[in-house]
Structure formats: structure tokens, C-alpha cells
Design a protein. Sequence first.
Length: 324
Amino acid sequence: MSSPYVRLVATLLVLALTGCASTGGFPERPEQVSTKLAKLQEKFFLPGTDVLQEYETKNGEAKRAYRDKVVHGRLLALDMQYGLFKEAIYEEGILSNLSVDILGVVVGAAGAVTSGADASRILSALSGGISGTGTAINKNLYYERTLPALIALMNAKRDEIRADILNGLTVDAVAYPLGRALTDLERYLQAGSIPGAVEAVIATAGQTKAEAEKQISIVRSRAFVDARAQERVDELLSLADQLPNGAARDILAAPPSEIDGDALAAIKGRLGGKDLGSQEAADLLKDDRTAKESLKMVLVLIANRSEENLEIWKAAMVSKVEKK
């Protein structure tokens, strides 16, 4: 590759890298976090200090004061570490990968515009090695969409546990001993992690699904056993007995409204495993008694017991009775 091409690629690479490096997304910190964290670790964490052992040497208000000091010190350390963690995952997941994507685009463009065959081939190959087939861009988009939601969930869960901890500090060391506080601090740490956020999502989804199913069951049960609805069903059953020969079979062949799965399963069992709508079922329903019993199964098991739906079934049977 001739020197002009080398200079071109070098310039483009530097521009791509420096452009992203200047966009960290977070303000510069006024202090050295690592230095402060080291001091907090030495004071409130093993192996620097065994806080539980030190806690047991104190009594009364001194014990409570030491507990509060340890908890606030560890909270500060965990908050600072969490801040660094958020910065790291943003920069690692978005900016670093974005730099790679930009490099792929830049080098690919250089390969397209260079005139030398060898230079163009080398640059295009380099572009393929950096960007692949566009998968990285899709990953970045997914990451950018998902990450803010996970961080919001982590923040909310941390706030919830932090409130538990601070409430604990309002009582004495007997009611809220240091050991319990340290357990809550561990929960606080885990809440600020990607696995912790994913677990929270799964748990929330499971609770939501269970609650929804419970509400659906309650609503359906109320409608199903409603006294007025039961009266209407009894009226329909009486009409079924009045149907002329062949009418029940005709209604089942072209039901006035959808027959739900439970009723269809019951009819299938009544017909020896034959699906309603099949020729075998139609042959069996030529027997009027079998047809009426099958229709009654539908009327008893029908899930939609609204006034409108029951009226539709009534109208379908009344029209058959009136033709007798």
C-alpha cells in the first residue's frame, strides 16, 4: 500500500476513535473515586476491618452509633461503585461498540474510493473484519433500547432497599442489628446488577401474569354463576327440548356464535372422540337425541354468558321451534 493510502486510513481511524472517546456521556468527577473507595474499603470492609467483631465490643448507644457509621460508610462505597459501574456499562456497551461500527464504515468507505486494486481490496477486507455483516449495529440498537430500562429498574429496586435500610437505622441496634443491616446492604448490592435487574423483570412478569389470571378467573366465575345468566341458560335448555327433529343438528352445524374450547372438548367426548364439524360427527348427530344432548352441553358450558350472546342462541332456537 502506498503512503497516501496509509495516511488516509490512519487519519480516518484517529478521527473515529477520538470522536467517540470525547463522548463519555458522564461529567468529569471532581475527585479520584478509586482513592476514596480504597479508604472506605480499608475502614468498613474486610480484610481492612472486621466490622462485626468491632460491633460486638460496643454496648448501648455506642453500638447503635457504630452500626450507623458502618452502614452509611458502606452505602457511600456501594453508591460510588454503582456510579462507576453504570459509566462502564454505558461506555463498554455503547460507545466502544459504536467506535467499532464507525471504524467499519470509515474503512469500508476508504476501500470503496481508493483507486489502487490492492489497496482497495485490503481496506475492504479490513472493513469486513471490523463490522462483519452488520450484526454489531443491531446489537448496539438492542443494547441502547434495553439498557436504560434495566438501569431504571436497578435504580428503583435500590431505592426500595435503601428505604428499608434507612428505616432500620431509625431504631436501636437491638431491633436492627448490624448483621441484619449487612444482609440488606448485600441485597442493595445485588439490586444494582444486570442479573439482579433481569431477575426482577422475570419476577414482576410472573406476578403480573398470576394476578391477571386471578382477575380473569374471578370475572369469569362471577359471570358464569350469575343468577340471571343461569336463568337464561335454563330457558335455553327448555327450548332445546322443544326443537323439532334435525334442528339441534342444524344449529350445531352452523352455531349462531363461536363455541369455546371447553364446550367443543365436551362434545368431542360425547361423540366418541369425533370433532364437531367432521363427517363422522355429522353422521352421529343425525340421531336427534344425540344432537340435543350435544347442544345442551354447549349451552351449559358456554363461556360467554352475556345477555347479548345468550339472546343470539335463544333467537336461533326460537326460529326453529316456531317452524314446527
